[in-house]
Design a protein around this ligand. Sequence first.
Ligand code: FE2
Length: 462
Amino acid sequence: MKPEADRVDPVALLKGLVSLRRLTGLYPAGHPTIEQKLTELDDAVQRHIRGTAALRLDVIHGSALLDGIPFRQDSETQAQILRELTDLGIDSIHIAAGVTRHELLAMSEFLWQLKEAPIGEPIDVQLAARQIRHITLGRLVPLDTRWKVVQWPDSPTGALDPSYELSLALTERTFDDVMSGKGINLATIRDIVHLLIQKVAASNAALGQILAVKLYENLTYCHSVNVATLSLLIGRQIGLDPASTAAVAEAALLHDIGKTRIPLEILKKPSALDKRERKMMEAHTTYGAEILVEVEGLRPLTPTVALEHHRGIDGGGYPDLGPAAVPHFMSQLVAVADIYEAMTGARSYQDPAMPEQACLVLARLAGTKLNTALVKAFVNAISFFPLGSVVRTDRDEIGVVVRTNAAEPLHPVIALMGANRERLPGEIDTSRRLLSGEYERHVIETLRPQEGLDLNRFLAAS
Ligand SMILES: [Fe+2]
């Protein structure tokens, strides 16, 4: 046990670190204010190390630990201090015995400069170049911390609609090719687009598999097939002509191709991204446009959608193209499908949202980020309880939505599910009314689909 006088207040230590960092950005080297703060910090660090030989400050999932022990943090100021570090991509600061005043100052200067030049050589190389030998800085939660979180499969499991399965396989190959520098095969893109328009978007089974809550954390190729299919549903709803339909399918299929240049540990990071990682992730839009503009034979709209699909109709979003640059209509369309698809998919740190929750979020974004008419078209196309949803009625029946009815968005046709998740014979039209004019039954909620539910058996038959 350390003597009372040597105990260091972890919050004061953290504050000292962060304010020294700010001061080095504000004042010239050697300024008395910096010197004073440095003396205080050096004092506290040396006092702590005297008893333990090292000082380890870690931030894990937003809480701070000193030498592995979490410490109390209940004020907004403390939370802000932690964010200031994690926004730089720094999750841990380890200081070993022997650390000098010079090293503490050099680390603060390094942390300040990290803000301006977030990406560069590995941190340990940069620290060594500054003669910092007793301090290590950690950034990016490594992949092996995933043991803490739910493991979702990377793509849909179980039996899939055959045309959907084929388009997934072809798209996976296309994305792998781009990742390994082989370029895009135009003929394959044409095949996938054809398949999506003619088969996938016309198959109830495929649509059910795409619209229902997804119990998998889908990789980019899978997200892309889903977004392209959902974009086709919107296109059908607003009556796009065949040429525009093919254009939107191609653009939606390739909208996230820039993610092939983003490190996997960021794409699959098991927690929310910090500021630096977010910046890297946001670059997938410009990378995508760069990749696509080089491919001869693609429609001119395709790189545009890749560039603009995270931009809002209000001029917000990224990349920053100025408030006056309103995204192309097709970019606005793909944005609606993209947000729904992402929300109804699982993330290691987040359960998938139910379709009706996702539709409510779309409605909230309508008018600012999203085009209101396109949100309405999408919600009308999929209805409140989309194909493939597992629902419960007010008679406590559990079934799968096998058909939707545009005039009765809250009353789909369902097929009941037996105890072994099998389809029971017959169908129930929940829009049927009693003689009194009342509905026979109401669908009251969407349930999370059971593992191993074979939607093909419900939807291929309908
Ligand atoms: Fe994207």
